[in-house]
Write a protein that binds this ligand. Structure first.
Ligand code: ADE
Length: 224
């Protein structure tokens, strides 16, 4: 999979996307991430990419020309399955969307800043608008990093058995059950007996029950 990210702050994305599983996904050739500095498409020599909004009001808006220039340059090189704009007024991101997007070939992501991007860019180019939750970030970069991480780890081949996504919270619509490792007793708290008996079927049943219990307690909305 190839992901192109348009941003005024590529530095914000470099570290989160260059460690752990994302690093491995890139090294193994499953994932290519390209960061594009929007200021390389500025409207003047001062690097301007934003302007005040029509109608008045606080906050700057990312202008049409730099965005359109950068998007069209990328589109001339390949076809994109989705052009995603990260915005608090988008569709709330969830695991099913991550699963769907992990099967795509080319994704483009646009990070907004200040008051966001000119509506005409959304009308002309954007195919999917995503929010990572009902709160406002200073820009779309951290949201893009979250999307890339959650999508990237699901690309077939990226995770091995040890880190398999199949048993993650939300993967089957439920929260994940509790997990334990050595020692078998810690500060008087014991690992549930069932996990020590080596009976695979009983362990699976216990995990399923615990997943249901946890989901009912913490996220009753998921049970509907
Ligand atoms: N940009 C600013 N806030 C955001 C959010 N909640 N989700 C996605 N992009 C954003």
């Amino acid at each position: 999979m190839r992901i192109d990210i348009i941003t005024v702050l590529p530095e914000l994305l470099e570290s989160p996307l260059n460690h752990s599983i994302m690093k491995r996904a890139k090294e193994r050739g499953f994932l290519e991430i390209h960061l594009h500095q929007l200021r390389d498409h500025a409207v003047n020599k001062y690097g301007q990419v934003d302007d005040t909004q029509y109608g008045g009001g606080a906050g700057m808006v990312l202008m049409c020309e730099p965005l359109s220039d950068c998007i069209e340059k990328l589109q001339a090189e390949r076809t994109y399955d989705e052009i995603i704009y990260l915005t608090p007024d988008g569709k709330t991101f969830h695991q099913k969307m991550a699963n769907t997007l992990s099967l795509k070939g080319n994704l483009m992501m646009i990070c907004g800043h200040y008051k966001g991007i000119d509506q005409r860019i959304r009308d002309l180019y954007v195919t999917l608008e995503i929010s990572i939750g009902d709160y406002v970030l200073s820009g779309g970069e951290l949201a893009a990093a979250i999307l890339v991480d959650s999508i990237g780890r699901l690309i077939p081949g990226v995770l091995n058995d040890e880190t398999s996504a199949l048993t993650d919270s939300h993967q089957d619509g439920l929260l994940a059950p509790p997990v334990y490792t050595r020692p078998a007793e810690f500060k008087g708290l014991k690992v549930p007996e069932v996990l020590l008996n080596g009976h695979f079927k009983m362990i699976e049943e216990w995990r399923q029950e615990e997943a249901l219990k946890r989901t009912e307690e913490r996220r009753p909305d998921l049970m509907e």
